[in-house]
Ligand binder design. Structure first.
Ligand code: NAD
Ligand code: UDP
Ligand code: UDP
Length: 313
């Protein structure tokens, strides 16, 4: 039985990863400081003899005996990562150093969750891994973008210097059940607003694009990543290449929820990327033909049903 550590395991994405790894027979340690995560996301796992929960902040050293570790601990929503930007950089950088140190001591395999934000506001479209990005080093998003870029650097230096079995995956705009109602990302904001009959807050004119990936598709990619051999280091984009404008997303949500919400246009936050779309050819090849299977409309229906129940709306 593989002893596996998941950092940030009480968060939106990684609580589902915990479910999947337990189903697949892992002996699991979930570490979280509950900054954006929620005990509700993992409450159903308490009592499972193969699930252990530890409140811990990855910016501090951690000495545990595991064979594999996923390191996605980091707030992902711009609202939350900008709330305490110094802590965000510490989480990405000190967190990566500690987890890489742990992996080095244990000889453990370490997939690192990176992000599409390493491309910043990209000039090439769709984004391939060979593109180095266009990131503002001193802007309000830099704590997350540069923090994750530095974490990637650390992964590749531990790989070159200490032969660590690293795997870097760049996640593109995931959504789905277990997002927090106050998460602040666009999909949860729009759904919560529509369910409450409030106006839908579009930042800018809504012509900026994103490519949204349903949580189940990403978890499948993360699990397959863990099973690749040491020759696969990434970085690899994982996401859904179907691209939508934010206005199209708003209109879809309003029509699926069926309320009377109107579109309310507000100012665009600084450094907001104009377009984002993953090229997933590399992941498709390395991960045994993996590709997303859940279209946006279906994923939105599942996510709306989740929030409807959560909010009793
Ligand atoms: P989330 O905020 O729901 O989950 C992050 C988890 O990490 C939370 O449970 C939080 O409490 C925990 N955490 C934060 N700081 C910590 C620390 N110092 N020590 C221990 N735990 C800590 O976000 P998510 O959507 O589940 O994101 C997971 C990962 O995926 C992140 O690494 C994120 O950067 C990446 N991601 C990228 C994008 C993108 O498109 N740009 C989008 C989503 C996620
Ligand atoms: N570390 C950790 N758990 C371990 C091993 C190391 O948290 O099981 C931390 C340790 O605090 C160290 C960091 O990981 O600061 C980097 O470890 P590494 O061995 O690369 O560096 P060194 O200890 O030589 O500074
Ligand atoms: N956005 C929006 N309304 C909201 C929240 C976000 O129009 O209530 C926009 C945001 O400006 C960005 C896009 O939606 O252009 C995606 O934002 P999100 O915070 O989900 O993630 P990002 O991809 O920017 O990290």
């Amino acid at each position: 039985m593989s002893r596996t550590l998941v950092t940030g395991g009480a968060g939106f994405l990684c609580s589902s990863l915990c479910d999947r790894l337990l189903q697949d027979g892992h002996d699991l340690l979930c570490v979280d400081n509950f900054y954006t995560g929620s005990k509700r996301n993992i409450a159903h796992l308490i009592g499972n003899p193969y699930f252990e929960l530890m409140r811990h902040d990855v910016t501090f050293p951690l000495y545990v005996e595991v064979d594999r570790l996923f390191n996605p601990a980091c707030p992902a929503s711009p609202v939350h990562y900008q709330n305490d930007p110094v802590q965000t950089t510490k989480t990405s950088v000190h967190g990566a150093i500690n987890m890489l140190g742990l992996a080095k001591r244990r000889g453990a395999r370490i997939p690192q969750a990176s992000t599409s934000e390493v491309y910043g506001d990209p000039e090439i479209h769709p984004q391939e891994e060979s593109y180095w990005g266009r990131v503002n080093p001193i802007g309000v998003r830099s704590c997350h973008d540069e923090g994750k870029r530095c974490a990637e650097t650390l992964c590749f230096d531990y790989h070159r210097q200490h032969a660590l079995d690293i795997k870097v995956v760049r996640i593109f705009n995931p959504y789905g059940p277990r997002m927090q109602p106050n998460d602040g990302r666009v999909v949860s904001n729009f759904i919560v607003q529509a369910l409450r009959g409030e106006d839908i807050t579009i930042y800018g004119d809504g012509s900026q694009t994103r490519s949204f990936c349903y949580v189940d598709d990403l978890i499948e990619a993360m699990v397959r990543t863990m099973e690749t051999g040491p020759e696969f280091t990434g970085p690899a984009n994982i996401g859904n290449p179907s691209q939508f404008t934010i206005r199209e997303l708003a209109e879809k949500v309003v029509s699926l929820v069926g309320g009377r919400s109107r579109l309310l246009f507000q100012s665009l936050p600084s450094d907001d990327p104009r377009q984002r779309q993953p090229d997933i050819a590399l992941a498709r090849e390395a991960l045994g033909g993996w590709q997303p299977t859940v279209p946006l409309d279906d994923g939105l229906r599942h996510t709306i049903a989740y929030f409807r129940e959560l909010l009793h709306a």
